[in-house]
Design a protein around this ligand. Structure first.
Ligand code: PEP
Length: 252
């Protein structure tokens, strides 16, 4: 049975005071379930403070982005090993906001994925289609292309140490959520793509859903066979909302 991961992507939100309160409130009510892991992904500037606050708890820490380079003359970039050094065990790569707003290519995303692995961390690879692509019937093709870029660079075995997040772009921050059936169809397809190369890896890799996941829709999504948790944006900024998703996961 795959463990459920509920990951909060805080994006560019919060400050020292609001983060401390958010983390304290989450820590006060982390669901007791060996089958659910919570992960917080603060902005770079607050990672160390959150690391200190969650020390000794069962909550994990991740970054929202990472450099594809390991170090050197890359002004403004943060290397995976640096993130590892300050307590991160995960890093998100290929979030649709990075791909669309900052022009990250699938090749760069693939390099970032490998950089995270090289630092001994777990990459969370985001893939997903736009509304236009869905309406053109290209959802499976697009997610497969995004997956293939990483498979081509890192190989199938790498997915034994990675997480995938299926995030339909039209559902991110829009309040529109994929129905459990819509999401399950794509999750199944993603797993089937991996199965063609390695059945054992495909069976164990966690595939999260992301896109306006909330306390009132999380249970239905996480109940689906191939959905192993959520990558949560907006609803990760309030402890009650995030904990409602975590609670739904714990009851799965
Ligand atoms: C995200 O940013 O990955 C995300 C899923 O955001 P939201 O939950 O706000 O749609």
């Amino acid at each position: 049975m795959r463990q459920i991961l509920v990951a909060g992507n805080w994006k560019m939100n919060g400050d020292s005071a609001t983060n401390a309160e958010l983390v304290a409130n989450i820590l006060a009510a982390v669901p007791v379930s060996d089958n659910v892991r919570l992960l917080l992904c603060p902005p770079f500037t607050y990672i160390s403070a959150v690391a200190a606050q969650i020390a000794g708890s069962k909550v994990s820490l991740g970054a929202q982005n990472v450099s594809e380079h390991s170090g050197g003359a890359h002004t403004g970039e943060v290397a995976a090993a640096m993130l590892r050094d300050i307590g991160c065990s995960y890093a998100i790569v290929g979030h649709s906001e990075r791909r669309t707003l900052y022009g990250e290519t699938s090749a760069q995303v693939a390099n970032k994925f490998q950089a995270v692995l090289d630092a001994g961390m777990t990459p969370i690879l985001c893939i997903g289609e736009t509304l236009q692509e869905r309406e053109a019937g290209r959802t499976n093709a697009v997610t497969e292309e995004q997956l293939d870029a990483v498979l081509g660079t890192s190989g199938i075995a790498a997915f034994g140490s990675a997480v995938i997040a299926y995030e339909p772009v039209w559902a991110i921050g829009t309040g529109k959520t994929a129905s459990p059936e819509q999401a399950q169809d794509v999750h199944r397809h993603i797993r089937a793509v991996l199965e063609k190369q390695d059945r054992a890896v495909a069976a164990t890799v966690q595939i999260l859903y992301g896109g306006s996941m909330k306390g009132d829709n999380a249970a239905g999504l996480i109940a689906m066979q191939d959905i192993d948790g959520g990558l949560v944006g907006g609803a990760s900024l309030q402890a009650a909302d995030f904990l409602a998703i975590a609670g739904a996961a714990a009851q799965n």
